[in-house]
Design a protein around this ligand. Sequence first.
Ligand code: SF4
Length: 261
Amino acid sequence: MDIFLDYKCNNNCRFCCVRDCKFIKPVNQVIKEIKSAKEVNFTGGEPTLRKDLKDFIEYAGQKKVILTTNGRVFSNKKMAGDLVGAGLNEAVVSVHGNEKTHDYLTQTKGSFNQTIKGLDNLKESVPVRAKILVNDMNYRILPKIVEMLLEKVKGICFIYPIVEGNLLKHLWLVPRFESIEKYLHESIKNAEENGLNAEVLNVPPCFLRGHEKNISKEHGLEKEKSFVKPEACKSCSYNQECSGISKDYVNLKGENVKPVI
Ligand code: SF4
């Protein structure tokens, strides 16, 4: 279960979809959600900014605890040790580029270096997966980002952005599916050849032919409500199982899909 703790963050990503939200989850609600979960994923905002995060991890006891984070606070090795000692089992760290691209996207100078240092500190004690938000600034360097992460993480998740929050002010960052396709293929191939798990979120199968098995079922398009099926989808063999493309995508980029016949 994803437990959203807080909207606050020490980055200010140009594509952040929770930036307009002002919600801080009360402690009793967090406790209730931990109790009802089989496994817990603390997320935000940046969950490490909550002073009570360590208490929540301890409270989860024997349940698997995952933390979705930008990783910056873990550049302090003690912080990594404290949370792992409290029961943290796994981390998902956001890495969106090389130093120049990452810091541009997070609008926070120095964030890349802290994130990579944090990731290195975490991986000494827990498995780490990387999360890359695929956008118009970084899709051409996706294979290079993967190359940089090969020795650091167990898996990589490539996420196509949802048009909300800060991204509404930076719509030019939304890439075309057909533009990112070849870079995703190359990146997935390299990751898998090196023993990493590779997952893709929010990209329809017709733009990932040959790597359809890498499309995440858990948190995919079906979570979004505003999806449309262009006329061309009727002839596609994925028509039953695919949710189509988002209305936002259609408004920005048009209805072009590539039915799989
Ligand atoms: S149903 Fe439509 S959006 Fe989905 S894979 Fe087929 S063509 Fe693409």
